[in-house]
Write a protein that binds this ligand. Structure first.
Ligand SMILES: [Fe+2]
Ligand SMILES: [Fe+2]
Length: 312
């Protein structure tokens, strides 16, 4: 199939591995899904310490379940990316380990305190939900199919994050102040989650034409702000003065791009931001630590010839 035909036919869940897709499409879809899969894994590593650090057994259990969900999302997505025939799951995991795999800006920042956890679980997962809901109708069927399960579980994650936020913002004055401080710090990063405005976005054009992306950065950011500014205020959070955000007459928002640190953003995009490098190294250490499990599974697979592998 040539790109012209793909563009003409592009629609929700239109293409699958039985179609002969052009390389340009397969590469664009791989880049998008691999980025998504990497982000699931790196997000899970950021939250993992809170399985221990959360203040009650219920919260620990919830973090444990959430981290497992996120790792599962990563696995589903590597499989969906693999089905494009460009890279194997092992190659993508290797790239992540070596610091070549790209992932979401928010997951390059360390998360040190429990009061920061709703910044990820409520706001970042809420932002991710916006994007992922549209991906249920992406043109690569295995990706859309993975989104059915991912979105179902993300709904729980957002509720879990919202409940922690509610608890903190109805807690002691100190808890409220600390949560507001965390929000002030994370808010600009969350706005940058959606990337630069459409004029500056490099990959949107082709991905939209072939039906991989359904909404632009600007549309998604607007939908998020419309939903989450009122939610933040409902729990008593004050929206920071910067970046300046103005509501237009048509109900959409204008974010002053110059108020955001794009140098930092693009440094992150290249995996060059120092704290993010720490996250990547942490991921590599975790990967190395379980290398023996992979070896055992490989051995098992070879000895149990013809039997399905345990890892699948
Ligand atoms: Fe997820
Ligand atoms: Fe999540």
């Amino acid at each position: 199939m040539d790109v012209e035909t793909v563009t003409e036919r592009a629609g929700p869940r239109e293409f699958s591995p039985k179609d002969d897709m052009p390389e340009e499409y397969r590469k664009a879809a791989t880049r998008m899904i691999q980025f998504h899969a990497n982000s699931e894994i790196m997000g899970a590593y950021l939250e993992r310490p809170f399985i221990r650090q959360a203040p009650s057994l219920d919260r620990k259990l919830a973090f444990s379940a959430k981290v497992q969900d996120e790792i599962g999302h990563g696995q589903l997505l590597y499989r969906a990316a693999e089905s494009l025939g460009i890279k194997t799951r092992e190659e993508m995991l290797r790239e992540l380990e070596e610091g070549k795999g790209k992932f979401l800006n928010c997951f390059h920042y360390p998360m040190d305190s429990y009061v920061e956890t709703p910044m990820i679980a409520f706001f970042v997962d809420g932002a991710a939900m916006r994007r992922q809901a549209t991906l249920k109708s992406t043109s690569w069927e295995p990706y859309a199919h993975a989104m059915d399960k991912v979105c179902f579980e993300e709904g729980f994650h957002v509720k879990h994050g919202e409940d922690i936020l509610r608890e903190l913002m109805t807690g002691s004055r100190k808890e409220q102040e600390m949560t507001q401080e965390a929000f002030d710090e994370w808010w600009p990063r969350i706005i940058q989650f959606f990337g630069p405005t459409d004029e500056q976005s490099t990959h949107h054009g082709f991905a939209a034409e072939v039906g991989l992306k359904q909404m632009s950065n600007d549309q998604l950011r607007n939908a998020f702000l419309n939903a989450y500014i009122p939610k933040a205020r409902k729990y008593g959070l004050e929206i920071p003065d910067y970046p300046r955000i103005e509501k237009r007459d048509d109900g959409t928002y204008e974010v002053r791009e110059d108020d955001l640190d794009w140098d930092e953003f693009f440094k992150i995009a290249k995996n060059d931001y120092e704290p993010g490098v720490g996250q990547i190294d942490g991921r590599k250490a975790a990967q190395d630590a379980v290398e023996w499990v992979r070896d055992v599974l490989d051995d098992y697979e070879q000895t149990a010839r013809g039997q399905p592998a345990a890892a699948d």
